[in-house]
Every structure is written in structure tokens, then in C-alpha cells.
Design a protein around this ligand. Structure first.
Ligand SMILES: O=C([C@H](O)CO)[C@H](O)[C@H](O)COP(=O)(O)O
Length: 210
């Protein structure tokens, strides 16, 4: 069963906790977006895990160096997952995996900036990461002609555990699931909705039905 991850790209702990409270019944993983962590620091991770101990908390660090140190910081704060950039060297990913093993947690590799996402996903899976996020970030999504279909096609041929992030919504989530992902990530489709709880419920139902 594919998991549903809400990406919270809000800027305050208060707003993030409020959103999580609305959508928690429908989601498996709570992602604290990179701007949120930069704005609020490690304390937002601790606050979220304390408020939702039964949810998996995903710290979107997008680490590019000092993998073991940053992963240790995220896990000590309460994160279940940390993201490391796939565009960085293997040593950074291996360091984060070492910290994850020490804490009993997991590393996710984010493919932002990677030219061949499928090849890199296969390479880093061999290093011990939990899954790879095939990701078109907010700036890439804003480019003319962007389509999530490229990520869906890549997921279908990856042959390793992947998630998709970058425009997942109620229209695309069935195709996202059918591509074989282990996690579907939805940010703006939930936090940008007039009724985030209703949006999360609709996504949950569409994901489970696909
Ligand atoms: O990870 C993200 C981005 O880099 C900013 O932190 C987004 O949360 C992720 O791309 C989700 O995107 P949308 O579902 O398209 O909002």
C-alpha cells in the first residue's frame, strides 16, 4: 500500500502544527519542508513529533555536505526521515546512512538537480537509502511545459523504491500510484486548498482506490 506524505511548505511551527492537526487522519508521513526548517530550526521537528508521535516525521533538509552530522541532528530532534541530495557525493549519503542505522531511522535521497534520476536512484539505493524521491521542486514546476508525467514514467522504470513529489494532486495521484511508488507526496494540493482536511481525505481515497 503506497503511503501518503503531506509536504508542509508553510513558514511557522504554529501554522504547520495547525495544518497537521487537520490532515493527520488521512496521511502517513508529515514532511517539514526545507523553508519551514530554515525558518524555525530543529525545534519544529521536535514539536511535530511530540504532537504526532504515531506519524512518520520527514525532515526535508536537502543536505549537500556533512551527511552524518546533519542526519544525526535531524534524528536527535525526532525525525524519522532526512533527505540528502542525490546530486552530492556518495560519501555524504553514506554518512547519513551510518547515522540512520545508529538511530534506527532512514535516509531518503532527493533527486533535485540530478540529470539522470533513474540511474542515480539505482546507485544510491545500493548505499542503503530507504527510498528515492523523484522530485521536481517548486522552481522546476514553475517552468513552462513542466509535466509530472516525466516523473511517473521514471518511477515505472526505476526498479527501486521511489516516491514522487512535484505536482501530485487529485487528478494525478492514481497515475502516480500505478507507477509503483512507495510514497506519493502532496504539498500545495493540501496546504493550498481552501479546506486542507477535505483535500487530504480526497487524496487518501483516490490513492487507496487506484
Ligand atoms: O519539497 C518541496 C520543495 O522543494 C520545497 O520544500 C515541495 O514540498 C514538494 O516539491 C511538494 O511539491 P508540491 O506538491 O508540488 O507542492
Amino acid at each position: 500500500m503506497a503511503k501518503l506524505q503531506v509536504a508542509i511548505d508553510l513558514l511557522t511551527t504554529k501554522d504547520a502544527l495547525e495544518l497537521a492537526g487537520k490532515v493527520a487522519p488521512y496521511i502517513d508521513i508529515i514532511e517539514l519542508g526545507t523553508p519551514l526548517i530554515k525558518s524555525e530550526g530543529l525545534a519544529v521537528i521536535t514539536a511535530m513529533k511530540q504532537a504526532f508521535p504515531d506519524k512518520l516525521v520527514f525532515a526535508d533538509f536537502k543536505t549537500a555536505d556533512a551527511g552524518e552530522l546533519e542526519a544525526d541532528m535531524a534524528f536527535k530532534a525526532g525525525a524519522d526521515y532526512i533527505t540528502i541530495l542525490g546530486a552530492t557525493g556518495n560519501a555524504t549519503i553514506e554518512g547519513a546512512v551510518k547515522a540512520a542505522k545508529a538511530h534506527g531511522r532512514a535516509v531518503v535521497v532527493d533527486t533535485i538537480g540530478v540529470a539522470d534520476r533513474v540511474k542515480r536512484a539505482q546507485e544510491v539505493t545500493a548505499l542503503g537509502v530507504e527510498f528515492v524521491e523523484l522530485h521536481a521542486g517548486l522552481d522546476e514546476q514553475a517552468q513552462p511545459g513542466y509535466s509530472i508525467q516525466v516523473l511517473i514514467d521514471e518511477a515505472a522504470r526505476a526498479g527501486v523504491p521511489v516516491s514522487i513529489a512535484g505536482g501530485v494532486n487529485v487528478k494525478t495521484i492514481a497515475a502516480v500510484k500505478q507507477s509503483g511508488v512507495v510514497v506519493a507526496v502532496a504539498g500545495a494540493a493540501i496546504y493550498g486548498a481552501a479546506d486542507p482536511a477535505a483535500a487530504a481525505k480526497e487524496l487518501r481515497e483516490a490513492l487507496d482506490a487506484a
